[in-house]
Design a protein around this ligand. Structure first.
Ligand code: ZN
Length: 202
């Protein structure tokens, strides 16, 4: 695994793996290389686990063929057939149309349990499924429409719960659990799909 060491004004060491699979170690300016090596060695198990996660995600995405197929609510369809009946439509515009029909209406349905002053917007991010800000504007990635329904609901409810707690505190997760008893399972399952966010759909 490639290691990148970043020297910064900081007191302690930190370790993470970026989206390209590089090991990023942030270290204080004057810490010896030996100490850094020891630190990396002590994280060996964690690193192995992360590597395994990355490999699994890469294997999982191989199940998809974004060139010949489109995926709606976790089901696959031949793009050829959709294109025939919707002349000159692009895959991205087809997905966005489906997003408006399926995801936005579902989000409005789930909103009734929350503050009515919530606005949903479509987003195109390559790194997140959704976000929520202090003005109760919830951005949802159009690629949510690709996911199975249980994961679509998990993402929408997750963001709706952020209108009550704008953090990932215990209180926040308790709120999520009120609406979704299987949220832990969904959260884990969703990790498999994260590479779809970076997939170019044309
Ligand atoms: Zn969140």
């Amino acid at each position: 695994m490639d290691v990148r060491i970043i020297r910064e004004y900081r007191k302690s060491l930190s370790i993470s793996i970026d989206e390209n699979g590089f090991l990023i170690v942030k270290a204080p300016f004057f810490l010896s290389s030996k100490k850094i090596e020891e630190f990396i060695k002590s994280k060996e198990n964690w690193i192995l686990k992360q590597k395994e996660k990355i490999t699994n995600k890469k294997l999982f995405i191989k199940n998809f063929d974004f060139f010949n197929k489109v995926y709606i609510n976790g089901n696959e369809y031949e793009w050829d057939q959709i294109e025939k009946s919707n002349k000159r439509i692009t895959k991205a515009s087809f997905y966005k149309k489906m997003f408006s029909q399926i995801i936005l209406s579902r989000a409005e349905e789930l909103k009734i349990y929350f503050n009515s002053n919530i606005t949903f917007k479509l987003c195109n991010s390559v790194c997140m499924w959704g976000s929520c800000n202090a003005k109760n504007i919830i951005k949802l990635n159009w690629k949510i429409v690709i996911l199975p329904k249980n994961l679509q609901d998990y993402i929408i409810l997750h963001e709706l719960c952020h209108t009550k707690h704008l953090n990932h505190s215990v209180k926040f997760w308790n709120e999520v659990e009120k609406f979704n008893k299987n949220y832990k399972q969904n959260k884990k399952e969703l990790e498999n799909y994260s590479l779809i966010l970076r997939e170019k759909v044309i």
